[in-house]
Design a binder for this molecule. Structure first.
Ligand code: ATR
Length: 260
């Protein structure tokens, strides 16, 4: 039986084992998938075990998406550009790092906004999550607007992605159709909305990558905005991972049921 898992710290809350175990069962793949909680001090030791082939593949989540890069023998172009790995698998004896977050993001966006390529899109954030959004949008020919608390971080991204920087105090002078929260604002219960109410009033669709009822999501729902779903993103990035892990098309409906 092949072993897989999701590496993170903490990771007990992750829905990935439900999703992947259901999918393996559905397609008759002989594998198991577990939560793998590794403290930062133990990461090096754990990754050495991974390199011996103890696991056939891993999903990687917070806080290790950047830290695992140094252990990879090969990195996909998307992982290089995004600068984060959420999927590890083997190509022969080579440990390969890739990224499927960008795919989950764009597919989940497309489900509510099939015409997203013609829309004015504002992405908020400048970390790994924002870089995955930028990669996906650029790949589909979209040059989004980008803002962040620290504007200097955007300067570091100009060589990697196409985007238009906007200072936060100028946001309301512009007109957007879609706003994406790619920051960590909203993870804590007492976090404020990451953008103003009047900005949300202006758009037709909100995509909060945090899959909780954040203040942004609650407000957007109250105002009758279309909501792209972070849970669909989780499913769709997981489906793509499943392909890397097993070589089999993901049974998305079964995977979706398993996390609902
Ligand atoms: P991830 O890899 O999940 O994107 P990250 O790299 O830590 O996480 O990035 C976190 C993002 O959330 C950054 O854009 C950060 O803004 P800064 O670059 O200015 O730090 C943003 N963020 C975190 N806390 C914030 C807050 N209180 N207000 C506004 N933005 C915040």
């Amino acid at each position: 039986m092949k072993k897989f898992g999701v590496l993170g710290f903490p990771v007990k809350h992750s829905l990935s084992p439900l999703m992947h175990n259901a999918a393996m069962k559905e397609v008759g793949f002989d594998g198991s998938y577990e939560h793998i909680e590794v403290a930062p001090d133990d990461l090096n030791c754990f990754m050495k075990r991974v390199k011996t082939g103890e696991f056939s593949g891993l999903s990687v989540t917070v806080p290790y998406k950047e830290a695992v890069i140094e252990y990879c023998d090969k990195l996909s172009d998307e992982a290089k550009l995004i600068g984060a790995v959420n999927t590890l698998y083997f190509d022969g004896t080579d440990l390969v790092g890739t990224n499927t977050d960008w795919y989950g993001f764009i597919k989940a966006l497309e489900e509510v906004e099939p015409g997203f390529a013609e829309k004015r899109i504002l992405v908020v954030g400048a970390g790994g999550a924002a870089r995955a959004c930028l990669y996906a949008l650029n790949k589909f020919g979209v040059e989004p607007y980008l803002t962040n608390r620290s504007m200097e971080k955007l300067d570091e991204m100009v060589n990697d992605f196409d985007f238009i920087s906007v200072e936060s105090d100028l946001l309301e002078d512009l007109d957007f159709d879609i706003v994406v929260n790619a920051t960590s604002v909203g993870l804590k219960e007492d976090d404020p909305m990451v953008v103003s109410e009047s900005l949300v009033d202006m758009v037709e669709t909100v995509f909060d990558l945090i899959y909780l009822d954040t203040k942004l999501v609650v407000y957007a729902r109250e105002k009758g905005k279309k909501l792209a779903s972070a849970k669909r993103m989780l499913l769709l990035q997981g489906g793509k991972q499943f392909e890397y892990f097993t070589g089999v098309n993901p049974p998305l409906e079964v995977m979706w049921k398993s996390i609902n």
